[in-house]
Design a protein. Structure first.
Lengths: 253, 264, 263
């Protein structure tokens, strides 16, 4: 068994045992089920809510908001990144801003966004964009920085047009960095939107959790929570594996 | 090749002249944008810069504000110190014990991508309302990045340094103090910087839900009472503190990075 | 084309506008004959890479003119020139085969013709076993061979190499030198090699130009007189020692100047 597989096996074993411990603890009464319910109940609750269609509206709302924010952040971030990279003066202004951006908790602007745009999709999408775009900008800049100058000389030796230089040399060269940026963008958009829904919203999965909590319906709350966590882990996991596969070809094989 | 360096030195000197000017322009632009949004919504959503600053000046004179600020500071310091120490320890363990690190890293990275806000009710149920919940929120956010950065720092240590330590027959304690820690310091400082921002974020979020004290509570309270100037003022304070702290730590980071570059 | 110079530089100067104004190169006047193997040696910073850029058309001279096959260059790379750079210019996202085929994308050749040329170049450079590999899986020497193969497929009439073997160990360098000579003979192209290694210049070239410290000018022009079918074993010839000695005696003072300046 290779080391990577061994690590995977151990990881699964540890996580499974933790879940099992939690299950046993709840069933035997060591853990107060008013606080945490048994994992099997969480799964059952999640399955029930999905099957009954109670969550359908929330799922559609949240997913659509996340995807819109993600798509806009990716387009905006890549364009901004390319622009900033092109003009050194712009870069000098942008670098310190980007370096400090994520130190400011974006969600503190969310109540102000709601006051500005009303309760609904708009402030959530904006929050998602505000959370995700800088990551894309930073990754794009990093990617463009990494294009070895010799490759640009190569383009001129082969007498490539600017368009071809972009598509045949620049784009493939920056692809790994862009992909990392997209992965982060999805991550941050998801976190931003759900956090926003949780704090101050009337719809969506985040709100569903908050509402269940405030209604003392722990069972429903944990069901939705589990669902959101599974979605987050799966989506990010897929992108992470994909990213690894892309990177493996290019680094010391 | 020499051509590139010539062109660059000339461009650099011009850029330095522009930098101060551009920085001022950016600040002015941001203030203008702030003012525009403020007046366009007639001060309902956001309070414009000048009234906010006036209100803030007044606010800084009230003991009430400082009580809240102290509450946030207390929770934050506790959360940050806990995140830093535990993160450092875990990071060192996972960095040195390679297999454990390999097992743990995807789990930690995965945790990083989860919307932790969904776990808040669990934290509230476990810790109740109040200080311990806030600190727990803070640690929940600040611990993982610190661990990951430290882990990375230890893992990326050039093996030749460890070999040098063995050739010089240094004790484990000395190896750690004289070689490992200084070599890892830049990455660790970077981790501290991220952990700082995220612990602060966690504490503030905690205050927004589960507390009657602190700047986060003040913000939400301002919203609830439709006291726009209060909420805008609190946001301003938080932004200024966050950016100031981050900039300070970046400078520190750069100093450490420079040292290790000349050594390595 | 014999007799007429393929590459002709006339009073070429390259300046950088300051402040301060720095003259990096020149004045240089040089004629390279068709099919000649010409090397340039010089101390670091003397402008030899700039000279290569000027000959390739990548850079315009501040004054003076550059002609390739009789036509003046105006800052654009003309058809028929291949360049192998000092840095590794293999594209990490393409396999060896795709890297080599890259140059033919804009050539308008049919797929079969292109494939034939690619296969020929790959086997000529001894890379057939690695055609499906990616650059990251290859050593530095092999990656440079990929870059050379990529230049080959275009059948250039002039091949420019900027310290192509600088990152390689001495033994690999000697072998690569033999490869380069084989290439030169097979393609009949003109070769301009920039190198800091005197022995490399002495053993490979028909003629060696010695450049002064910055601003680089030619202070010596050495004819080696080697036969066309030579290889690295000329190092055992007494003539080799004499050539290297002559190159160093011209170069030593210039190198000291550069060192003094750098210190």
């Amino acid at each position: 068994m290779t080391r990577r597989h061994a690590a995977l096996f151990v990881r699964i074993a540890i996580l499974t045992s933790l879940v099992a411990l939690l299950e046993i603890g709840c069933r035997l009464g060591f853990i107060d089920t008013l606080t945490v319910i048994a994992p099997s109940d969480m799964v059952a609750s999640m399955a029930d809510q999905i099957r009954s269609g109670d969550l359908d509206a929330s799922i559609v709302t949240t997913f659509s908001t996340i995807l819109i924010a993600f798509a806009l952040a990716v387009v905006l971030g890549t364009a901004l990144g390319a622009l900033i990279h092109r003009f050194a003066r712009l870069r000098d202004v942008a670098d310190p801003l980007l370096a400090s951006y994520y130190s400011v908790p974006t969600f503190i602007f969310y109540p102000l966004l709601v006051a500005l745009l009303g309760l609904g999709k708009a402030p959530l999408v904006v929050l998602g964009i505000l959370s995700a775009t800088p990551a894309v900008v930073i990754s794009t800049l990093s990617g463009l920085d990494s294009v070895a100058p010799v490759l640009m000389k190569l383009a001129r030796v082969h007498r490539l047009t600017p368009a071809r230089t972009l598509t045949w040399i620049v784009l493939p060269a920056v692809m790994p960095h862009l992909f990392t940026g997209f992965k982060l963008a999805l991550s941050y958009a998801l976190i931003g939107v759900i956090a926003g829904e949780f704090i101050l919203s009337g719809t969506g999965l985040g709100y569903a959790i908050s509402y269940a909590y405030q209604s003392f319906d722990n069972r429903a709350m944990y069901g939705v929570m589990l669902f959101v966590l599974l979605v987050a882990v799966t989506a990010n996991g897929i992108l992470y594996v994909w990213e690894g596969r892309l990177a493996r070809r290019r680094s010391r094989g | 090749m020499s051509e590139l360096s010539f062109d660059n030195t000339q461009k650099l000197s011009a850029r330095r002249h522009f930098r101060a000017f551009d920085a001022i322009v950016v600040v002015l632009l941001m203030l203008t944008l702030w003012q525009a949004i403020g007046s366009w919504t007639q001060g309902v959503a956001v309070s414009p810069p000048l009234p906010t600053l006036v209100y803030l000046a007044g606010l800084l004179g009230t003991p009430m504000f400082w009580a809240h600020a102290a509450a946030t500071l207390e929770a934050f310091l506790l959360a940050f110190v806990l995140s830093a120490l535990i993160g450092l320890l875990l990071g060192l363990i996972f960095g040195i014990r390679r297999f454990a690190g390999e097992v743990a890293e995807p789990i930690l990275a995965g945790f990083y991508t989860i919307p932790k806000v969904t776990l808040y009710p669990v934290v509230l149920l476990l810790f109740g309302l109040g200080m311990s919940a806030k600190v727990a929120f803070g640690v929940m956010h600040g611990l993982v990045p610190m661990t990951l950065f430290t882990l990375g720092a230890v893992r990326n240590l050039p093996p030749v340094l460890v070999r040098t330590a063995r050739v010089m027959r240094l004790s484990p304690g000395r190896t750690m103090r004289w070689i490992l820690v200084p070599a890892c310091l830049p990455d660790i400082v970077n981790g501290l910087r991220i952990s700082f921002s995220l612990s602060l974020l966690g504490v503030l979020i905690g205050e927004m839900f589960s507390s009657q004290r602190g700047l986060g509570f003040l913000l939400v309270n301002g919203m609830a009472q439709h006291n726009v100037r209060l909420s805008t003022a609190v946001v301003t304070v938080i932004v200024v503190i966050a950016i100031a702290a981050n900039t300070l730590m970046l400078r520190l980071d750069r100093r450490f990075a420079r040292r290790s570059d000349t050594a390595g | 084309m014999s007799g007429e110079a393929q590459v002709s530089l006339s009073e070429v100067v390259r300046r950088y506008d300051g402040p301060p104004v720095v003259q990096a190169l020149g004045p240089i006047s040089l004629d390279i004959k068709c099919g000649e193997f010409f090397s340039i040696v010089g101390p670091s910073g003397c402008g030899k890479s700039t000279l290569l850029d000027v000959v390739a058309g990548l850079v315009r001279p501040s004054s003076g003119s550059v002609r390739f096959e009789g036509k003046e260059l105006h800052g654009e790379v003309p058809d028929g020139i291949g360049v192998v750079f000092q840095e590794d210019s293999s594209m990490p996202w393409l396999s060896v085969r795709d890297n080599v085929a890259f140059g033919l994308r804009t050539s308008g050749l049919s797929k079969q013709e292109a494939a034939t040329r690619v296969d020929h170049a790959i086997s000529f450079m001894g890379l057939s076993q690695f055609a499906g590999h990616y650059p990251a899986q290859l050593s530095g020497g092999m990656r440079q061979r990929v870059c050379i193969a990529r230049t080959l497929v275009l059948k250039p009439r002039l091949i420019l190499l900027d310290e192509p073997f600088g990152a390689l160990d001495q033994q690999t360098r000697l072998l690569m030198g033999d490869e380069l000579l084989r290439l030169w003979r097979e393609t009949g192209a003109t070769v301009l090699l920039i190198t800091h290694a005197l022995d490399e210049a002495a053993m490979l070239s028909d003629r060696v130009g010695v450049m002064s410290a910055r601003p680089g000018r030619f202070i010596d022009m050495v004819e080696t007189g080697w036969p066309r079918d030579r290889d690295s074993r000329v190092i055992s010839d007494a003539q080799f020692g004499a050539l290297t000695a002559r190159l160093w005696s011209s170069l030593r003072a210039e190198s000291l100047k550069t060192l003094g300046r750098a210190a």
